[in-house]
Design a protein around this ligand. Structure first.
Ligand code: G3H
Ligand code: 13P
Ligand code: NA
Ligand code: ZN
Length: 328
């Protein structure tokens, strides 16, 4: 059944687990996530970016998710708009049946530059008034995702700030979080702690100077009733990078957010963990491998089924690691 983000994350808080929020764009990704959730009896967050709606088309996405819910009637599912860039994007998502929306007012809509605090407060509060009137949950964002190593936003996927950020912009301040939550009424809050979008997060396995996990507990203490969200939480599995490289791919040396650091984050109050890149990497690795090993194969279902199987394995391991398994 379709439920709201607030309903799911209240349960997660009560039972001390975190929920992976996987980005979806096509049939095989939706199936992989649902099969993994069914196998582990986990609740599900499917999230779609503006880019996903552009890729698949609004009606196709909506019906893929309807099909997922029909095929798995015993699993709770949240359908979430990822990184809504304006109140109008969020309104479109609500009309399309999403049960949760993210108003990302941390960036100005057109220029991907950090927005003034007043803008973020205003648009987020506006979306909360509209969404809550129809039972839809809202995620806001305070602070800009970016690399503490370089001061750059991981912007190769077009989500996140452009150019250089100051150290201050890249770490969410607990007192500001308290004020933001009080003035907007968000159900969930995305925080900046040194993660960034995409495959190229860190040039070495991150330590405390690059990934501020200890800050999560401080923010959680300041806003105990608001569910914290970690964006940019792909772990960038080295074994899948090796598979991609062994079959013609070209991925530079890079590191993601270790699963054990995410688990520490969940113990400190994180409830929603956004993952897109890891699914992209494993699907690409599996497709490259299958097509390389079976060069005569030309049925796309073979490559797509391999990709789906690999994505399912990734999702199962995240559901297990985050304490989600058995919670559906
Ligand atoms: O937050 C970013 C997600 O990875 C979505 O990326 O805009 O390419 O769909 P996308
Ligand atoms: P990754 O690029 O680390 O998978 O992050 C995805 C994300 O934050 C989507 O909002
Ligand atoms: Na989101
Ligand atoms: Zn994100």
């Amino acid at each position: 059944a379709l439920i709201s983000l607030r309903q799911l994350l209240d349960h997660a808080a009560e039972h001390h687990y975190g929920v992976p929020a996987f980005n979806v764009n096509n049939l095989e990704q939706v199936q992989a996530i649902m099969e993994a959730a069914q196998a582990t009896m986990s609740p599900v967050i499917l999230q779609a970016s503006a880019g996903a709606r552009q890729y698949a088309g609004e009606a196709y996405l909506r019906h893929l998710v309807r099909a997922a819910i029909e095929s798995h009637p015993d699993l709770p599912v949240v359908l979430h708009q990822d990184h809504g860039a304006s109140p109008s994007v969020c309104l479109q998502a609500m009309r399309s049946g999403f049960s949760s929306v993210m108003m990302d007012g941390s960036l100005l809509e057109d220029a991907r530059t950090p927005a003034p605090a007043s803008y973020n407060l205003e648009v987020t509060a506006q979306v909360c008034r509209m969404a809550h009137a129809v039972g839809v949950s809202v995620e806001g964002e305070l602070g800009c995702l970016g690399s503490l190593e370089t001061g750059e936003a991981g912007e190769e996927d077009g989500v996140g700030a452009a150019g250089q950020l100051t150290h201050r912009q890249m770490l969410t301040d607990p007192a500001e979080a308290k004020d933001f939550v009080a003035r907007t009424g968000v159900d969930a809050l995305a925080i900046a702690i040194g993660t960034s979008h995409g495959a190229y997060k860190f040039t070495r396995p991150p330590t405390g100077d690059l990934l501020a996990i200890e800050r999560i507990a401080q923010i959680h203490a300041a806003v105990p009733d608001t569910h914290l969200v970690m964006h940019g939480s792909s772990s960038v599995p080295q074994e899948w990078l090796a598979i991609i490289r062994a079959h013609g791919g070209d991925i530079r040396p890079t590191y993601g957010v270790p699963v054990e650091e995410i688990v520490r984050g969940i113990a400190s109050g994180v409830r929603k963990v956004n993952i897109d890149t890891d699914i992209r990497l494993v699907m690409t690795g599996a497709m490259r491998q299958l097509l390389a090993l079976q060069p005569a194969e030309f049925d796309p279902r073979k490559a797509l089924a391999a990709a789906r199987q690999a994505a399912r394995g990734l999702c199962e391991s995240r559901f297990e690691a985050f304490g989600c398994a058995g919670m559906a």
